[in-house]
Design a protein around this ligand. Structure first.
Ligand SMILES: [Fe+2]
Ligand SMILES: [Fe+2]
Length: 172
């Protein structure tokens, strides 16, 4: 099967998103607040696109055609997305507030935020693994080649990832 017709391509999108988040955290560690904000915005935009792809086209097909997948209930994916969005809103707000601090206070606030982001990164690893072990492999089995081609062509996050490769941007 051509790689272009496999949902496992979305694993690459997960890796790309993780790299974008790490680039943001690296800027935050260096107290480069404007770069940290810019990279966070880029990360958030693409992650929201990715979750939208999953919620609006992939999860509905999966939910309609299959059930009782251990660790792969639709409700779990949706609940994790909800938690992810909550964290993103928290980080957005914390990054705004960081700008009001200087010196040692700024360093302490940045450490607090990095700690929260570390917790979130753990949740995200768990979520990505769940999708890669259940959602994507099952979608591979329950869709036709034509459906896969259409679904993948409609994934905005996959297009954004490919565009970033073409632009040679990676996570920079
Ligand atoms: Fe997801
Ligand atoms: Fe995903």
């Amino acid at each position: 099967m051509s790689n272009d017709l496999s949902f496992l391509q979305l694993t690459k999108v997960h890796q790309w998103l993780d790299e974008l988040f790490l680039a943001h955290r690296t800027a935050l560690l260096g107290l480069d607040l404007s770069q940290a904000k810019l990279l966070f915005d880029r990360y958030e935009t693409n992650l929201l696109l990715h979750m939208k792809d999953e919620e609006e086209s992939l999860i509905p097909i999966y939910g309609a055609r299959i059930s009782d997948v251990p660790g792969g209930a639709v409700e779990l994916f949706i609940a994790e997305h909800k938690k992810i969005r909550k964290f993103l809103a928290e980080f957005y707000q914390a990054l705004r507030e960081l700008r009001n601090n200087k010196g040692l206070a700024l360093k302490h606030k940045a450490i607090e935020l990095l700690d929260r982001e570390g917790m979130y990164a753990g949740l995200l690893q768990h979520h990505h693994a769940r999708e890669q072990n259940a959602l994507y492999p099952w979608l591979e089995l329950i869709t036709s080649v034509e459906e896969r081609a259409n679904l993948l062509a409609g994934c905005s996050s996959l297009s954004a990832y490919k565009a970033s490769l073409d632009a040679g941007q990676g996570a920079k």
